[in-house]
Each structure stands twice: as C-alpha cells, then as structure tokens.
Design a protein around this ligand. Structure first.
Ligand code: AQP
Length: 331
C-alpha cells in the first residue's frame, strides 16, 4: 500500500507487564496503521517514572516492551520504534509546553486524580504535568493521528488545547492531532470489578490478563471473572462483566455481538468463560512465542532502539528548532 505520509504517533509506558487492555486498546490497532501511514511508536519510560519504579525492573521492562511491540507485529522496517528517554527533545519540548499549560487544565485530568489517589505517598510534580509531556510526545512529530484507548482521549483534547494556544501566541507551529479510538476494545474493563478499567498496576492480579500470562492462568482468570446471575450471554445494560467478556471474545475472534449471543444461546456462563479463555490464549500464543525468541537477543533489540532513536531525533529536531526560535531562544 502506498504511504500517504500522514503521521501516526503512540506510546505505552513500561510501568508493568502489559494487559490485554493495553493490547486491544492500542498496540493491536497499531499494526494495520504501519502499512498505510508513517508510524512512530514509543516506549514511554519517562512517563513511567511519574510512579516510583525499581530501576533494574524498569530497564528490563523497557527491553521487553520493545520486544513485545515487535512480537505483536510491529516491524522496525516499516515504522519507527524507539525509547522516549533516548530522544532528549521530549523533555525539552515538555518544558516549553509546561509553560503554556494551565494549572486548572491539569487539575481536571481524571488520570491525575486516579493516580494521585492510588499513590498518595508520591504525588509528585511529574504526575501532575504528565499531560504536558504527552503533548510534547505527540506534537514533536507533527502527528496527525494518535491511536489510543478511550481513557487517553482527555489527554489528547488537552494536547489540542495546548497546541492551539501555542500556535495562536507564537504563530502556527504544531499540527493539530486527532485521537483515534478503535470501535472494538477501546475500553477493556477489570475482570474483578467490571465498572473499572483493566489496569496493569491493579493490585488484584485476577483483575487483568497479561499478554504474557500462560494458557492455564488465562483460562483460570476468565473462569473467575465477575459476571451476573442472569446466566444469559447477552450484551446489555447492567451486565458489565458479561459485556466485557463478550468484547474481549469479539476482539480475539472477530465475531460480532449477535454472533456471540447466538453461539452461546441456552448455554451457561461456564461454557462461555472457557471459550473466552481459550480464544485469548490462542490469540496470544504466537505473540508469546515470538516474544520469547526476541528477548534472547538483547543486541538486536538495542540495534532497533538505536535506529529508532536516530530517526525520531531527526524528526523531533526540526520541530524543536522552530519552537526554540519562536519562543525567543538564541539558536
Ligand atoms: N483497559 C484498557 N482498555 C483499552 N485500552 C487501554 N489502555 C490502557 N488500559 C486500557 C491503553 O493502553 C495504552 C497505553 O497505556 P499506558 O501504558 O500509557 O498507561 P495507562 O493508560 O495508564 O495503562 P494502564 O494499564 O492503566 O497502566 P497503569 O496501571 O500503569 O496506569 C493507551 O493507549 C491506553 O489508552
């Protein structure tokens, strides 16, 4: 397919093992885009330290996330894969954007409210200004499209507000990015509390399925998923648990909700939960095999990171030079 030069940017934090929420809400949707657009995918290690991380584990998870990107189908020959801290322009632009982002805007971010409640002992300034760094990530590359899960749309809106403000104060500099939320899997919910989003940092390990969970664990977690007492596989109001399992099943099998309802008509939740577990395990198995192969070759992963950082730095440098000139820094 011909590359139409629209730019796509997205990132995931190496803040824990990735869940199927991260996969279905973002990475899975990135694969097709690399055929059509100029795609830049980042491992957001700078975002990860807004929450306390164990340094050796962060380093290890950064390697693993690069490997997981590739195992999921991202091809470093077709897109740019890089690690955020390898491109200093992210921190440089974040500072300038911090000076163009309002305290009130940041105070309204639900992720800040959630995370500061969860990490009450470490409500640091980085956690608060995280959206300015995320705006920098996106705006540095003159991004057109940002494929994310539904939970990130508020940050994309803020990015647009900050870009608009900068453009009107200093003259047009940043392209206005659009969030791209996939119809299916935009918000995968916790298996234990299906009113809450599935999150990799949930303390309850039964609440999420990890991309690297083994088959038995996946099936066990699906069997334990909270549902309702109706015993009818149907998508509807008041059935958050079943709706969520149906969404997961639909994402892994490509079936519609109607097809799923028909398939499980007159059958109990036990059958359905087992089928969901098997579909997830089957879908993840090839990714897990490829991941195991790639993580053995650290040198190769480092070469992908280095090549990606070089390409990303080149693009980011152009925007940074413009920004510094416009705000009045001597070039
Ligand atoms: N439950 C989800 N359903 C759909 N999409 C999701 N995403 C996250 N959870 C779900 C999408 O995954 C991408 C990367 O997210 P992130 O690593 O930047 O962090 P996050 O959104 O804060 O994800 P987590 O799992 O909740 O991490 P922690 O627990 O560390 O905060 C984004 O595109 C996001 O929309």
């Amino acid at each position: 397919m011909e590359n139409n030069h629209k730019i796509v940017f997205s990132a995931v934090q190496p803040s824990g093992k990735l869940t199927i929420g991260n996969y279905l809400g973002s990475i899975k949707n990135w694969i097709a885009l690399q055929e059509e657009y100029q795609c830049i995918y980042c491992v957001a290690d700078m975002h990860a330290i807004t929450v306390r991380q164990e340094p050796a584990a962060l380093r290890q998870r950064t390697y693993e996330l690069v490997a997981l990107y590739m195992a999921s189908g991202l091809d470093p020959e077709k897109c740019t894969l890089f690690v955020q801290s390898h491109v200093p322009a992210h921190a440089q632009l974040a500072w300038v954007l911090n000076c163009n982002t309002m305290f009130g805007e940041l105070s309204r971010m639900t992720q800040f409210k959630d995370k500061s409640a969860k990490h009450a002992d470490n409500i640091n300034a980085g956690l608060f200004t995280y959206p300015a760094l995320m705006a920098a990530d996106i705006l540095l590359y003159q991004t057109d499209l940002v494929p994310v899960g539904q939970d990130q749309m508020q940050h994309i809106e803020l990015t647009r507000d900050v870009a608009g403000r900068f453009n009107s104060v200093y003259s047009p500099t940043f392209k206005m990015p659009e969030g791209l939320v996939h119809r299916n899997g935009a918000k995968i919910m916790s298996l234990s509390e299906p009113q809450k989003k599935m999150s990799k940092s949930d303390e309850n390990t039964n609440a999420f399925i990890l991309m690297l969970d083994d088959r038995d664990t996946i099936i066990r977690k699906c069997k334990r998923a909270v549902t309702d007492s109706e015993a009818q596989v149907r998508f509807g109001e008041g059935k958050d648990g079943i709706n969520n399992l149906m969404t997961i099943y639909a994402c892994f099998t490509g079936k519609t909700m109607e097809e799923i309802e028909k398939e499980f008509e007159g059958r109990g939740y036990g059958d359905f939960k087992l089928a969901v577990g098997e579909a997830v395990a089957d879908g993840l198995a090839p990714i897990q095999d490829e991941f195991a192969r790639l993580t053995k070759d650290k040198t190769y992963l480092e070469s992908v990171m280095a090549k990606g950082a070089e390409a990303a730095s080149r693009l980011a440098g152009r925007t940074m030079a413009k920004v510094y000139r416009k705000v009045g820094f001597i070039g």
